[in-house]
Write a protein that binds this ligand. Sequence first.
Ligand code: SAM
Length: 291
Amino acid sequence: RIEDISTPKRTKEIISRHGFSFKKSLGQNFLIDQNILYKIVEAAGLDGEKGALEIGPGIGALTEKLAQTAGTVTAVEIDQRLIPILREVLEPYENVRVHHGDVLKVDLHELFRQDFGDVSKVSVVANLPYYVTTPILMKLLEEKLPLENIVVMIQKEVAERMAAAPGSKDYGSLSIAVQYYSEPKLVCIVPHTVFIPQPNVESAVIRLAVREQPPVRVEDERFFFEVVQASFAQRRKTIANNLKSRFFPGEGRERLEQLLQEAGIDPSRRGETLSIEEYARLSNVLFGANI
Ligand code: SAM
């Protein structure tokens, strides 16, 4: 019987037989630990009726586990050198499709139409390349793909920022962006030893349960995120000072303070203390005032 792709022995065998060399610039850290792979797959809540989209399958360690659990698996890999390897090692799994491409450039709605026509729900499951974690996750969320969960291995600090609550040091515009589209939950912290080669940063698995509706009503999403960004521009400044520099340069403070009051926000508070509901209220008041 052939060993699973992710065992250290088989991974090393595949890599050396194909003469594959890791590219640090593509964030290539492959998983060689069965337990962590099972934890990732379990967190996604897959079954034979559901689909999984994997970003960056590497040599297929996670893809294999997904193929054994989900009905349909589609993987997008940027590194052309890995495509023949994936075709070979995943050959026994008829429910897997591998595409060569940069996930940031792929038309994901089109990919969903092509590959996930016959599944009830789709989740993204991936050990992400750390150099592009945030752009990939924001693309998945902002494009409003019909996703159930996004379960990803990412840098621990980024996971903590995504899941942070108001008032904590990790809370910022990334927390609000992620929590507007999903409910994040830290699944586990992961030691370096589960990867080859081992990354220099700490890692964690996070699950984003994608919301069907945003948790707050905002008049204009772009403007809402602009207000959030502006409010965190300088963390040590008050919300009034940050908003003044961005939206009221060269004006007195009266109008801004009046609008903050209208939204029920004390001008001396800092951006990091406002909840997503308060940001929604604030951006709706500012939007309504046509600033
Ligand atoms: N899933 C494999 C595993 O867990 O062993 C590999 C994970 S490795 C951290 C990240 C993978 O993403 C690499 O295979 C890398 O080539 C690929 N990758 C990097 N940037 C990408 C991009 N923009 N689009 C698609 N894949 C990418």
